[in-house]
Write a protein that binds this ligand. Structure first.
Ligand SMILES: [Zn+2]
Length: 281
């Protein structure tokens, strides 16, 4: 069951009850809707489609896919007639990585049997502006979590859909820690912002945004140091596994405890990088 939240007059958030509290967004304008990301399972994305057609009696003009990861894009095929917007790198990564992974996922998971991957056709680079009805959406390239990630700022409503550039634990496997820091700092300086919709989990309100973002920057410093220290002292798997996310200032209970798994993934990723750098001398 999807949790629907109205965060501004014309802006809604839909949160997955089935997978890792993923958020999709909706901006309802006079000339149709813009949807930001889909939910992973078709039955949940279908709830967004029905909300638009039955409750709002509207239609979807644009679907923005913020990055290539499965949990945000699997429902794109359900928005027939909408133009799909995404970063140029996203389209490439979806062809090379998301699509082959989907073929495997379909075999393991009957709920995904009908899913097919529709790709972005309207492609962005560094920044793009999308205007529809009375709203202006600014799409900014914000890599770090993944190389292709874009955030969506709804100017008139002062809402930022940050996608996985902001989530209860920064997750950088397949991404880049320096890019991540730059993107978080850019979001910190974005103004004015009333709400930040994270890629997963609760919506952040104005008063808490900068504290949360600073905690995330501190977390990145902490995991980088932890992985480097473990590598430098000759440690390995045992030491990496023993690291607790709370040692780096984040709560262990977020996303039903899934964050600890993401934390471990981050440490393995950074440890691997430290080892590669040492080999290259
Ligand atoms: Zn995600």
């Amino acid at each position: 069951m999807v949790l629907r939240e109205r965060i501004a007059d014309h802006v809604y958030v839909f949160r997955s009850g089935l997978y890792a509290h993923v958020n999709a967004g909706l901006v309802a304008t006079d000339e149709g809707c813009v949807v930001i990301d889909t939910l992973p399972y078709p039955q949940e994305t279908q709830e967004i489609v029905e909300f638009v057609t039955k409750r709002l009696r509207s239609h979807v003009r644009y679907l923005v896919l913020t990055h290539c990861h499965a949990d945000h894009v699997y429902g794109a095929y359900l928005f027939q007639g909408a133009e799909i917007v995404g970063h140029r790198l996203s389209r490439d990564l979806m062809i090379r990585q998301t699509r082959p992974a989907l073929i495997e996922a379909r075999q393991r998971n009957a709920a995904l049997a009908e899913v097919r991957l529709d790709l972005p056709t309207m492609l962005t680079e560094k920044q793009a502006t999308l205007r529809l009805g009375e709203f202006t959406l600014v799409l900014d390239h914000s890599p770090g979590h993944s190389p292709d990630l874009i955030t969506v700022y709804v100017k008139e409503e002062k809402v930022l859909f940050a996608s996985d550039a902001v989530m209860p634990v920064p997750y950088l496997v397949g991404g880049d820690i320096s890019d991540f820091r730059r993107s978080l700092r850019a979001i910190m300086h974005l103004s004015p912002v009333e709400d930040v919709v994270q890629g997963h989990g609760d919506v952040l309100l104005r008063g808490e945004v900068n504290t949360v973002l600073q905690t995330q920057l501190d977390y990145l410093d902490c995991i980088e140091k932890t992985a480097q220290d473990i590598f430098a002292s000759g440690g390995g798997k045992a030491e990496l596994d023993a690291s607790d996310i709370e040692d780096c200032g984040l709560r262990r209970t977020a996303l039903n405890g899934y964050v600890q798994q993401l934390h471990r993934g981050n440490l393995y990723f950074l440890f691997g990088q430290a080892r590669r750098q040492a080999r290259q001398g």
